[in-house]
Design a protein. Sequence first.
Length: 303
Amino acid sequence: MSVALVWIVSPNREVYNSFGVIDSVVCRPLDSSWSISRSRSSFYDARNKKSKKQIWNSCSMYVERQKRAEFPVVASMVVNPAGEMAVSSEQKVYNVVLKQAALINRQLRSNGDPDLRPDIVLPGTPSLLSEAYDRCGEVCAEYAKTFYLGTLLMTPERRRAIWAIYVWCRRTDELVDGPNASHITPTALDRWESRLDDLFQGRPFDMLDAALSDTVAKFPIDIQPFKDMIEGMRMDLRKSRYKNFDELYLYCYYVAGTVGLMSVPVMGIAPESKATAESVYNAALALGIANQLTNILRDVGEE
C-alpha cells in the first residue's frame, strides 16, 4: 500500500519525517489564493501576480509498504507562518472516514447482513411510509433524471433508501441555493440540524423526513456526514472565497464528499470483496470531491 504523508510548510521551515523510510519527496508551489462564486460554480486563479505574499510549499512524502495494494491514504498537517501546528482539512475528513468504516466493520462482525435494523419505531402506518418513499422517488425522477435511472438497477430497498438520502440532500442544498435562499439565516440552519437529530432518533417532522428516518433505521448510516453537509451550507452563508486548496478541499467534502459517505452503507460491500471498508469509503469520498471540483471547473467557461 502506498501511504502519502503531506506537510505544508513555509519556505524557511523544515519538518522531518519520523514514520519510516522515504522513497521519494515531491515539492511544488501551492497557490495562496483561489475563489469560488456564491453558487459554488466558479473556480479560478485569483492570485495577484505582483503580491509579495509568502508562497508556501507543499511536500508529499510517500512510504511504500509490502502489502496488498489498496486505495491510497493521505494524512497531513499544516505549519503556519507563526510556527503553529494544525490538522489539515484532509486529516479532518479522513478521521470521519475512519469512523464510518468502523461502523460498517462492527456491523459486519455482528451478523454479516448488509442491513442494520435498530429498534426505532416510526409513527404512522406502513402505507404512509410507502407513500413517503414513493414521493422521494418522484422528486428524484424529476430533478435527477439520469441518477434516477441508475437507482432502478438497485434492489427495491436500497433504491428507496437512496431516494430518501437524495431528497434530504436536495432540500438541504435548496436552503441556500433555492428561491428562498435570501431569507435563510444561520438560525434557520440550526433548526434544520435539530430536525436532523430528531429524525435520526425516529421522530420525523414530515413525510420526507419519515423516509430518511426509516432508512437510517435500516442501514448503518452515521449522522456525521449529514451534519457536515449542513456545515457546508453555513460556509455558503459566511464566505465565498477560499485562499488555498486546503480550504477548498474541506468545502468540497462538506457539500459533495459527504454524499459518498452517506451512500456506502446503503450500497454495501459484497461479502466476497477483498476491499476494506476504509478503502471503499475513501473511494466514495474521492468521487464526491472530484464531482464537485468538476462542477466548479465546468462552469468556468459558462461564466
